[in-house]
Ligand binder design. Structure first.
Ligand code: GUN
Length: 296
């Protein structure tokens, strides 16, 4: 059984990016710069954004964290995005989701210039991805592709099953795995909340590659896994646990202890896909930088 260790795969991506950044700096150019917008003080979002900023530092990137309180208006957020769009020293912009209910996520995402949309959430970039054009691939599916690439996992001709159809993970993942591209060319089944459980079990039992992004801790059990499958667990849920130092534990969507008895390879949680999401984001930020002609 192979542990698909996100620490190892993301370290390789980051080492290559650091080298590129050092070469840019040696040539007298500025480093890529990521601007992250965080609204409110949701614990998980705080952790993710802090980690994104820290990883920028580790790869020599510049970063800014722009914080707003929960009561920020949509107009204020749009004004900040307009400023960042116009700032030639900012390559990538991300707005951490979820946003408070009074703010329209779609409006905010569409306000980010597609050339700076390093999360790959803008409809223009999603459309380009669907058509197989060069674009920013959403960070988490991109991270999964980088993980598969790092561990030389063949996808061509395999049956990949994706559970969960979110705009951020499941839907783009299913499109990428079925596309004509490296880590693509799979036959893909996409299951979701309306797939009856008995049907879901039958489908996951046929998965050579199983990607799970439903946000339900330990949803996938041993009986749902094909012997020798590759299991990619995208779930990161905080589950209350009084015996844990922080009062919670991080749980994935897959019962790891059960999965390792049947699968050929499994991503751990934490330490799996979460780290690869950041690697994908950093690669997108470098790509955004390289797309420009006015570095100084
Ligand atoms: N919230 C959960 N995942 C993500 C992500 O990949 N990007 C952003 N911006 N917000 C998220």
């Amino acid at each position: 059984m192979l542990v698909l260790d996100g620490k190892i795969a993301s370290a390789a991506v980051k080492a290559s990016l650091l080298q590129q950044t050092q070469a840019l700096k040696a040539a007298g150019k500025r480093a890529p710069h990521l601007a992250a917008i965080l609204v409110g003080n949701n614990g998980a979002s705080e952790t993710y954004v802090a980690s994104k900023v820290k990883n920028c530092e580790e790869t020599g990137f510049g970063s800014s964290l722009i914080r707003f309180t929960d009561d920020v208006s949509e107009a204020e957020l749009l004004a900040e995005i307009a400023e960042l769009n116009a700032d030639s020293n900012v390559d990538g912009i991300l707005v951490q989701l979820p946003l408070p209910k009074h703010i329209d996520d779609e409006k905010i995402i569409e306000a980010i210039h597609p050339d700076k949309d390093v999360d790959g959430f803008h409809p223009t970039n999603i459309g380009r991805m669907v058509q197989g054009l060069d674009t920013f691939i959403p960070a988490t599916p991109y991270g999964v592709l980088l993980m598969l690439e790092h561990f030389n996992i063949e996808t061509k001709g395999k049956h990949a099953v994706v559970v969960g159809r979110s705009n951020i993970v499941g839907r783009p993942m299913s499109i990428l795995l079925s596309s004509e591209r490296p880590q693509g060319n799979a036959s893909v089944s996409l299951c979701h909340r309306h797939t009856p459980k008995e049907e879901l079990i039958k489908i996951t039992q046929q998965a050579d590659i199983l990607v799970v992004a439903v946000g339900i801790p330990e949803f996938i059990t041993a009986d749902m896994i094909k012997p020798g499958a590759v299991i990619i667990d995208v779930g990161i849920t905080r589950v209350e646990d009084a015996t844990a130092k922080k009062g919670f534990r991080i749980k994935g969507d897959v019962n790891y202890e059960q999965a390792i008895t049947k699968a050929a390879a499994v991503t751990p949680v934490p330490g799996g896909v979460g780290l690869m999401t950041i690697a994908g984001l950093l690669k997108n930020t470098m790509k955004a930088y390289e797309g420009k002609f006015y570095h100084n």
